[in-house]
Write a protein that binds this ligand. Structure first.
Ligand code: ZN
Length: 486
């Protein structure tokens, strides 16, 4: 029913051997505590590097047996769909072959299906409720570190479900990243451009996002984890402490989490709940929070959106919930959520810019408009959300039609130049070009999705209002009035 560690490894090995044009398998730098190799599989199709990476990790907690199987099966599904041009069907949710192609040709998908091979081996042989790795903790009769408490985010702060006692199931380890299994995950973050991360756990049908150690607040940027002591083996200890998150990142997390939940619900009606980690219970040192904390602790690092997915409902006993006799349907839910997450990592502007523009200057200018200007107000953030809603359907159209792609590229180039110089004025011909393109996109993408049509029409209306207006004033309009109020 569940694959052994060698069986999981053989799936990734076969994929890399049979389909080297799509699949690359790497042995991560560190062996597990007991000396087992740990593998990562990368899926990438088509030309060009310098892509956004999505990293899926499974098996962090040993007894959560379903997810390593789901991850290797998901990688096989993607490869089969790409090579045979067939749709992916998970219950009531279908992804067209072209949409899978877009995912594989625009992203790097990284899989570490089994990050804790020692633990899994123990679960499958002698102790089906083992959670941690197999670290021998000196001076104690108890083995194991909780690999989801060992990362460098408030490590050793014993808030909530986090402990400095080696005999607990939630032991933080001797130091931050003391374990080879967690250092392997960190290695991928250090060496690859990981835009989105999902640590896949069980059970309880949740999609968790930061923060885990405290409730979120969006008003006081000074109240951040970077100002707190770590390694104390004490709770945070500040009454009412809440962790800062920027409004635009919080919006991104909630929007993307909702997309996962919607995709999963479409499979067979499972109702996953999107929420912060803290809303479940307080934790520190988790991988999902760590990946997102990196760019705050060190502004030189890129931002990674970190999620923790808790798959499967509680069914009968706790044992059965961690490893149900037949996890087939739960794995369908999981794979649907992961594919939706990968899709959400596609940036249409990046794609068009990379494929069709000779320089990245214009795309970078637009990104600054988004991150520095639009993100600063609620109305501006409504525009960002709108763009995130439409960019996937638009990208899939644009990438099956070279004429549309060329027109979109021209507009991005002009828009980028426009916002580079705040005195430049929106030209009539750009408004006409843009409105014609938006109308065509609304007709084609809107045929399947009424929301997309409404959104594209809102962009068209805003564009009309921008005719002849200096770019600085266009931005003022966008940050003061969202798409819904037009
Ligand atoms: Zn877990």
């Amino acid at each position: 029913m569940y694959r052994t560690v060698p069986q999981l490894d053989s799936v990734t090995s076969l994929l890399a051997t049979w389909f080297p044009q799509l699949c690359t398998r790497t042995r991560l730098p560190e062996r597990s505590v007991q000396g087992r190799p740990v593998f990562a599989l990368r899926l990438r199709a088509g030309e060009g590097g310098n892509r956004r990476g999505v990293l899926f990790v499974g098996g962090t907690h040993a007894r959560e047996l379903m997810n390593p199987d789901a991850l290797v099966e998901f990688s096989v599904d993607l490869v089969v769909s790409y090579l045979t041009g067939t749709d992916i069907v998970y219950g009531g949710r279908t992804w067209k072959a072209e949409d899978v192609k877009l995912v594989l040709e625009s992203l790097d998908l990284w899989f570490v299906p089994c990050s804790n091979p020692d633990g899994r081996t123990k679960v499958l042989t002698v102790d089906n409720m083992w959670r941690k790795n197999l670290r021998d903790n000196p001076g104690t009769p108890c083995d194991g570190v909780d690999l989801n408490r060992n990362a460098d985010i408030l490590w050793g702060v014993t808030e909530g479900q986090t402990s400095c006692s080696p005999c607990t199931d939630i032991y933080v380890g001797a130091d931050r990243f003391s374990e080879p299994e967690t250092r392997n995950v960190k290695h991928l973050l250090d060496t690859e451009t990981i835009h989105t991360f999902a640590d896949v756990h069980s059970f309880s049908e949740l999609v968790l996002y930061p923060w885990g150690h405290a409730h979120n607040q969006t008003s006081d940027p000074a109240q951040r984890f970077t100002g707190l002591p770590t390694g104390t083996c004490e709770p945070i200890g500040i009454p009412g402490y809440e962790e800062y998150i920027t409004p635009q990142d919080l919006l991104r997390f909630t929007t993307v989490a909702q997309r996962l939940v919607d995709a999963i619900a479409a499979v067979r009606g499972s109702a996953y709940t999107p929420q912060t980690g803290r809303a479940l219970y307080a934790t520190t040192g988790t991988q999902g929070d760590y990946v997102y904390s990196r760019h705050i602790a060190d502004p030189a690092l890129g931002k990674t959106y970190g999620f923790t997915i808790e798959t499967g409902p509680r069914v009968g006993s706790v044992e059965d919930s961690f490893h149900p006799p037949d996890p087939t349907l739960i794995k369908l839910d999981t794979k649907a959520g992961l594919l939706a997450l990968a899709q959400q990592s596609i940036c249409a502007f990046d794609l068009i810019g990379l494929k069709l523009l000779t320089s990245r200057i214009e795309v970078d200018a637009l990104r600054r408009v988004r991150d520095d200007v639009l993100a600063s107000t609620e109305a501006g953030r409504e525009w960002i959300t709108l763009v995130e809603r439409v960019e996937l359907p638009v990208a899939s159209l644009v990438f099956t039609d070279e004429g549309l792609a060329a027109r979109a590229a021209t507009l991005i180039e002009h828009a980028g130049k426009l916002f580079e110089d705040e005195k430049s004025v929106v030209a009539d011909e750009d408004v006409d070009l843009g409105r014609a393109l938006l109308a065509e996109l609304a007709e084609r993408a809107g045929a399947e999705d009424a929301q997309v049509r409404t959104d594209l029409e809102a962009v068209g209306a805003a564009l009309e209002q921008a005719r002849g207006v200096p770019s600085a004033d266009v931005l003022k309009q966008l940050v003061s009035r969202g798409p819904l109020r037009n």
